[in-house]
Design a protein around this ligand. Structure first.
Ligand SMILES: [Zn+2]
Length: 485
């Protein structure tokens, strides 16, 4: 057996004014066939799991490109085509192959391509022919499309948000693909469109119970795999939205029945499932009313992990206006401010203009007289088991507020990103993090409480009013019951 592995992953916010060019990939991670010989990251770890499992069976492995970029706007067409064509060229050179396993996102769009995964999987299928097994692992925030299902043999989606199960799902995908390539199973896929758009945290009920039911259904009664694509709301593409995906063994009607039944169950819980958000003031009031700390407040609207600029100042300005004491916040992507702090050195006190530079979604810059408290170069923070780059980082303080500024735009995953600059969060009353949910795994152990605030910014939680132009069907919450219209 010969297995071909590759990875191409970014989440595209088509409303974001941040171009995703080739350097967005090289700045984050890009390897031309040797990713599994480097320290694992959240994308390459999937390839490493597939390689390890294949080699344990004595199978040959051919490894191609592995890359991911911090979410932003659409990929520049030439950059997407260069990355795609490198994978296709390597695949052509590796033929004949029995199995292709690829780490994708499912919400990747480029200029001229609303469904990069559908495009890539179709081209892979055209090279390998109808009999090879083509498997892809997708992010939970994917837009499942008919084009993906048409070209892939098996698709497996992360089940957890925060995404703590990427490695487990990679192992699931390998097992599904291995059973298929050795003829033990004949996987067939079906999906169901729930006609919903929103954010759903699997750490909370009733989503938690739904995910647990998905696990329980797998491996019984001819059901091989059960997935739920939550969709990525900030994408103006025709296939945006929540979908269930079921893989059955040889029985397409059974797959379709389970996908519909589960999808209707998820839809029926839509009001209870929808993630709840506070206003900034309500979140601060709630945090101050809680005994002890730190109370972690998520600034969900400026989550770079959803393509937001990561330098918005709406929450910072409100914290300053309210003179909130003993508060820390991060990460503000501001390479110019970091550079000034590096030049000034630890202990320097000077006026610094912070944030508000990327676009109108960032608000206005905030001018503070800061003291440089800590500097660190090439910092990483854990996302699951893997280090994620932050670039250089600086800790500055102004009165009773501590801020961490960085040079590589990324969301907050873990307290160690703050600690790298010397900033200890444990004695803080409030910690404001630019993230929607991925911070949860790292911060839950130190947080007295976790609150979600929806400020002004790039990632509006007002899902009924995101200005889509390409959806052809009704969807909740724009319409109370889109199945009735
Ligand atoms: Zn995701």
């Amino acid at each position: 057996m010969k297995v071909f592995v590759a990875g191409l992953d970014t989440e595209t916010n088509t409303f974001a004014p941040i171009p995703t060019g080739y350097a967005s990939f090289t700045d984050t991670f890009l390897a031309h066939g040797d990713a599994t010989r480097q320290a694992p990251n959240y994308c390459s770890n999937q390839l490493l799991i597939w390689r390890t499992q294949a080699e344990a069976r004595g199978w040959d492995v051919v490894e191609s490109l592995c890359t991911y970029a911090e979410p932003g706007g659409r990929i520049v067409a030439a950059a997407y085509e260069a990355l795609r064509d490198e994978i296709l060229s390597d695949l052509g050179g590796a033929m004949p192959v029995d199995m292709v396993l690829i780490a994708l996102h499912g919400a990747t769009a480029a200029d001229g391509y609303d469904d990069c995964e559908g495009d890539l999987l179709a081209r892979i299928r055209a090279i390998v022919g109808p009999d090879a097994v083509v498997g892809a692992e997708l992010d939970l925030h994917c837009h499942l499309t008919e084009a993906m299902l048409h070209s892939a043999t098996v698709l497996v989606i992360y089940k957890e948000y925060p995404h703590t199960d990427i490695g487990d799902r990679a192992a699931d995908l390998f097992a599904l693909a291995a059973d298929a390539v050795e003829g033990r199973t004949h996987p067939v896929m079906a999906m169901f469109d729930c006609r919903m758009i929103g954010a759903f945290r699997t750490t909370e009920q009733p989503a938690r119970g739904f995910v647990d039911r998905m696990y329980a259904l797998e491996g019984r009664d001819g059901i091989l795999s059960v997935s739920l694509g939550h969709g990525f709301p900030w994408a103006d593409v025709a296939d945006v939205g929540v979908k269930t995906l079921v893989i059955a063994d040889g029985d397409r009607a059974k797959a379709a029945h389970f996908a519909k039944t589960l999808g209707e169950e998820f839809f029926s819980m839509r009001e209870a499932l929808a993630a709840k958000f506070l206003t900034v003031d309500a979140a601060v009031d709630a945090a101050l009313a809680i005994q002890g700390g730190p109370v972690v407040i998520a600034d969900v609207a400026d989550n770079p992990g959803g393509g937001a600029p990561g330098d918005s100042t709406f929450v910072l300005r409100r914290l300053l206006e309210r003179r909130v004491q003993n508060v820390a916040s991060g990460f503000y992507c501001d390479p110019m401010a970091v550079r000034f702090c590096q030049e000034a050195g630890v202990g320097a006190r000077f006026p610094l203009r912070i944030g508000g530079k990327t676009s109108v979604q960032s608000g206005d810059p905030v001018d503070l007289v800061v003291t440089v408290r800590g500097l660190a170069e090439n910092v990483t923070q854990r996302f699951g088991p893997s280090p994620a780059p932050m670039g250089d980082a600086v800790w500055v303080s102004a009165g009773s507020i501590d801020l961490v500024l960085i040079t590589h735009r990324t969301q907050v995953f873990h307290p160690e990103g703050f600690a790298a600059t010397g900033l200890d969060l444990s004695a803080k009353k409030i910690v404001v993090v630019k993230s929607s949910q991925h911070f949860h795994a790292g911060f839950a152990p130190i947080a007295r409480a976790i609150l979600y605030a929806s400020a002004q910014g790039a990632l509006s939680a007002d899902f009924a009013n995101i200005p889509y132009t390409k959806i052809a069907r009704a969807w909740w919450p724009k319409v109370a019951d889109p199945f009735a219209t």
